[in-house]
Design a binder for this molecule. Sequence first.
Ligand SMILES: Cc1cc2nc3c(=O)[nH]c(=O)nc-3n(C[C@H](O)[C@H](O)[C@H](O)COP(=O)(O)OP(=O)(O)OC[C@H]3O[C@@H](n4cnc5c(N)ncnc54)[C@H](O)[C@@H]3O)c2cc1C
Length: 524
Amino acid sequence: MKIYDAIIVGAGHNGLACAAHLARKGWTTCVLEQSSAIGGAVRTEPFTLPGYRHDFGAMNLSLFAGSAFHKLYADELKLHGFALAPASDCFASVFPDGRWFGVSTDLEKTVARLARLSERDAEAWRRLVAAFPGEAALIFAVLGSPMTARALAGLAWKAWRSAGVGGALKLVRLLLSSPRAWLDQQFENDAVKATLAAWGMHLDFAPDIAGGAVFPYLESMAGQAFGLVIGKGGADTMIRAMEGMLQADGGVIRTDARVEQIIVENGRATGVRLAGGETLQARRAVVATVAPRALAAGLLPNGSGDAAFDKAARDFRHAPGTMMIHLALDGLPDWSAGAELQRFAYVHLAPSLDMMARTYQQAIAGALPDEPVLVVGQPTAIDPTRAPDGKHVLWVQVRVLPAEIRSDAASRIAPDTWDVVKDAYADRALAIIERYAPGLSKKILGRAVFSPLDLERANPNLVGGDQICGSHHLSQNFLFRPVPGFAGWNTPVAHLHLAGAATWPGAGVGAASGFMLAQQLGGR
Ligand SMILES: Cc1cc2nc3c(=O)[nH]c(=O)nc-3n(C[C@H](O)[C@H](O)[C@H](O)COP(=O)(O)OP(=O)(O)OC[C@H]3O[C@@H](n4cnc5c(N)ncnc54)[C@H](O)[C@@H]3O)c2cc1C
């Protein structure tokens, strides 16, 4: 039987970051991945036609570029091929009446666009940008810190020291606010508010959900201050680099290796059993980067020994789903609102706060939204290497969708399984883009559609197509993520740790839970 210090379940970026740091600290590590490819939600493949590289999930690598893991290992990641393509035109929204607004790293450009919509909002933007460095330091300190009472006390002290009681309360208020509440306080123009609110929909924060304001705030200010980055050649540049780093330190990665059971002896995790029966032993830790329900649903067949934990893991709430549409194109979309839009990494089609709120409500109620929120990623506008000369790929995220379809809010598609309705629904999404960029359909050379069910088939962590592996609403975030009392990547089973997007600090490619846990186990 093979014996390692640590066995990591799942070769997503959190599992790889955890393994890479532990291996650097001298631990023998083995990463087990159920799929035939590593990367989890971060993979790049020619889904449509040869020569066209599409990011399966994450496209925006800004979180990884700004992460503590990247900061520590930047040189080595580079040595193993990690490369970024920066976007200075970060994100924009277009509106049915022909207006558009977008954020570029050139402050004067952003402000001029704002001033066309509202002079007052242009001034508000300047004020927010000026205050951002101070406020960001505190927010990033919260997001980069373990969720323990001790760490929280330290953060409160730091906030009080640097910002006073007023500043600390302002931060807490921002963290608790809904996107709409915060946007209404800052801006007057509807297009400006909608452009920023679309960032809440990347997670599961429709405009009226408490706790969502911080995402529009951070994404807009970070876009303005630092720009946005994507992977050169594909998002998998970060995965290949971590793989190289880990293997250079003797770490083992096995694909087509689904962990069926975590072996527990005398209340302590001692290894895993793979589908097929092989067992591997872990001397010091088993780290599962899985959705919590997977523990209750089979990985721990006799439970964790703590009935309350098992119930909470079973009840872990997933967010609505996503559909991904990948297109190989003859040319970028001809946005009728303005040719400048072809330069942006993301163009959001989410024209009002009320539309976003309605779409979210429809998805929650099991209805196919009549008009979904669309995130149109234009990676080849930033990184032409992803497609043959003069050609392009489009990365279209359809937010937010029900896992199980009960009805169609537009009353045109008969409710059925995703396998049956996915093409008809993808047509609805593409028809919306066509309204804003006439002629798109004639430019399509190839198309690949992943329904919410397809996403889950590819990666069981994406339950019901939930791209963030669990709602980030306040009742399941901070000290409550993934389960109250277990926010520190611990479980009731000794030596068994739960990390990954389902755990604090949540989804995104910041490698934060995997890296913070590895530091806790193996030292800094
Ligand atoms: C469509 C989509 C778009 C996104 N866009 C962005 C973006 O632009 N920017 C951003 O920052 N974030 C984005 N995200 C979110 C981000 O990609 C994820 O939050 C992040 O990649 C999660 O990483 P992880 O390592 O925690 O888990 P995952 O990437 O989900 O990896 C977990 C791995 O565990 C494996 N696994 C599960 N169970 C088992 C088992 N029993 N045995 C063996 N292996 C197992 C899975 O196959 C998977 O490979 C997106 C996600 C999706 C799905």
